[in-house]
Structures are given as structure tokens and as C-alpha cells.
Design a protein around this ligand. Structure first.
Ligand code: SF4
Ligand code: SF4
Length: 316
């Protein structure tokens, strides 16, 4: 595989600007723990943070270079003329969590680090609950990418926000900046279950495998699958018709269960779609359809609110 080197020399002003944005973003989300673990020693050139071993680490940002394999170069470019979107129908989710397991398996994640969460939601006391899958929102105006001091995380022209874990230094600024808690940190070495499979693997930025200790993981809209014209792992795996995925430019989305395609704009308008915390101005590319006709009899792991085991959750 060809290796290409490309110098990246962020200016002092650019670094200060990014660091200033970090402080702002951290303030918004109140993630003071991470801020306390990061400090500039010599602004614009070096800064210190606590790494995955719990030790202080110093990085000279101005001397860092991008070492890009072909996979990484392609991963940074994305797919031309596309703008990927996901639609999640909350009225359909039965907490089967099959989307979560498909995602975990594909991205070689440990059970304790889901990058797709299914949350149990209740708008107020005494109202019916519903389940809300929450991946990265692939914001059009993502605060996470703006605070990364080494350009390890970025937004591509097709709207997918990716992470290059060969470049990530593990400072966790992006975790603090994300208002949707969409990022997780790899505290551990590679999961032993995948060690044999991964031993000769070249890092694929569009799959984010192998996972690497001291770096970041999050939902990446299955960038490796969309490159070959397939639906994301979670979208294909869901048996309950929860997920639609497609292209904003073409105004078409496809349901992962029924494989039916429809106009995105019509679906969003007719079903009253919304995005999460729109007032932040992050402009998410994940849309939610409201949880009408709630499936309140379902609870975690098929146990209903009466404590009874429910039948197959994949049943329509
Ligand atoms: S949800 Fe968080 S991690 Fe994903 S793009 Fe938005 S700010 Fe970044
Ligand atoms: S943890 Fe990695 S991706 Fe996140 S801000 Fe730091 S270097 Fe960038």
C-alpha cells in the first residue's frame, strides 16, 4: 500500500482559535473534567493532556505530520455529490438492540463501549415511554471537529464525520465538545476476540478497525458500507423498520427492513420529523420521527412494565 506524507503545520493563531473554541464548547456542555486534564504548556506548539495510561503526555502539534495510507486518503475525501442522512422512526423501535450488536460486531467494539445507544425515554412522569436509538448526529456544523488540535476528526463533503485513529492523540477535546455524548474513548487494548483477525490488518479509517487504545470511537455511518452502495450495518440489521438511510441531495431514503424507498422531504414533512437540540445550531443529519402510538408494553430485554417476559420483539 502506498504511503504518502503531507506536512500539516497549524499556525499559532489557528491553534489558539481552536483551543479557544474548545474552552467555549466545554463550557456549554459542562465537561470540566476533561478540561482539567488538558492544559497548554506553550500555546501553538505544545500542549499536555492525560493519556489512556493516566500519565501526562506532551504533544508538539506544530511538528506533527499526516501519514496517510491510500485507505486514509480515500476516507478523508468521501463520496462526491452525496450527503448522507439517517431517519429514525421512534414509533417503531422495540428495544431489540439488534442495531447495537451489528454495530459492535462490525467495528470490533467491546460490549461496554456502544457507539449506538438505545435509550429509554419518558417525556414526563406517568406518560408512556419509548425507545430512542442515538448514534452520532453527523452534524453539518459539528463542534467536535473544530476543537481537534491535530485534524484527526473531520467532516467529509458527503456529510460523514470520521476519525483517523492513526492521527488521534487521545486528548478527548472532541468528547467534551459533543453535546450529544456520541463519542467514546478506547481505554483498553484491542479486544482479544479480534486479536487474531486484526494482526495483519491495515487500518481502515472508514471502518475504524483495528480499534486502538487511547483513541476515539463513534458512529461513522458505516462509511465502508456506503462506499459500496450498501446500507449501514445498524440500518440493515434492524428487524422493525426503524431506520431509513439515504442521500439528502437526491431526496431519497431507503428503509433497512422493508427496502422500500421514499422521498426524504415528504417523509420528514408528513411525519413531523425533528432533530435533537436544534437550538445549538449543530444542524444534525439524523432526523427523528415522533413516537406516535407508543409501544409502552416493551421494556429492556423483552421484560414488560409488569415484569413479564414478552414474546419475540422482532414481531411486527
Ligand atoms: S453528534 Fe457529536 S460527535 Fe457527532 S458530529 Fe455532532 S458533535 Fe460531532
Ligand atoms: S481525542 Fe483525538 S479526535 Fe478527539 S480532539 Fe483529541 S486528537 Fe482529535
Amino acid at each position: 500500500m502506498d504511503q504518502t506524507n503531507e506536512s500539516v503545520k497549524p499556525s499559532r493563531r489557528a491553534f489558539l482559535k481552536k483551543f479557544g473554541m474548545t474552552l467555549g464548547a466545554v463550557g456549554v456542555v459542562g465537561a470540566l473534567g476533561v478540561l482539567n486534564s488538558c492544559s497548554t504548556k506553550e500555546a501553538g506548539k505544545k500542549f499536555r493532556f492525560i493519556n489512556a495510561k493516566g500519565e501526562w503526555e506532551e504533544v508538539d502539534v506544530s511538528n506533527m505530520k499526516l501519514h496517510l495510507t491510500e485507505l486514509q486518503k480515500r476516507g478523508r475525501e468521501g463520496i462526491h455529490n452525496k450527503k448522507f442522512v439517517k431517519v429514525i422512526d421512534l414509533s417503531k423501535c422495540k428495544n431489540a438492540q439488534i442495531c447495537m450488536s451489528a454495530c459492535q460486531k462490525a467495528h470490533h467494539l467491546r460490549p461496554e463501549q456502544p457507539i449506538m445507544n438505545v435509550l429509554r425515554m419518558e417525556n414526563s412522569n406517568g406518560t408512556g415511554f419509548y425507545f430512542m436509538p442515538k448514534p452520532c448526529q453527523h452534524c453539518d456544523n459539528p463542534p467536535c471537529t473544530k476543537v481537534c488540535p491535530v485534524d484527526a476528526t473531520f467532516k467529509r463533503e458527503d456529510g460523514i464525520v470520521l476519525i483517523d485513529n492513526e492521527r488521534c492523540i487521545g486528548c478527548r477535546f472532541c468528547i467534551a465538545a459533543c453535546p450529544y455524548s456520541a463519542r467514546v474513548f478506547n481505554w483498553s487494548d484491542v479486544d482479544p476476540r479480534y486479536a487474531e483477525e486484526e494482526k495483519d490488518l491495515i487500518y481502515n479509517i472508514e471502518l475504524n478497525v483495528p480499534q486502538k487504545k487511547g483513541t476515539i470511537s463513534k458512529c461513522i455511518f458505516s462509511a465502508d458500507r456506503v462506499r459500496i452502495g450498501k446500507l449501514p450495518y445498524c440500518v440493515s440489521a434492524c428487524p422493525n423498520g426503524v431506520y431509513w438511510f439515504g442521500d439528502f441531495n437526491e431526496d431519497v431514503v431507503t428503509n433497512g427492513t422493508s427496502k422500500e424507498s421514499t422521498r426524504l422531504s415528504t417523509l420528514l414533512e408528513e411525519k413531523g420529523a425533528y432533530t435533537l437540540i436544534p437550538e445549538l445550531g449543530t444542524k444534525p443529519r439524523v432526523y427523528y420521527l415522533p413516537p406516535v402510538d407508543r409501544l409502552s408494553k416493551y421494556d429492556y430485554n423483552g421484560i414488560n412494565y409488569l415484569g413479564e417476559k414478552e414474546a419475540d420483539q422482532s414481531e411486527e
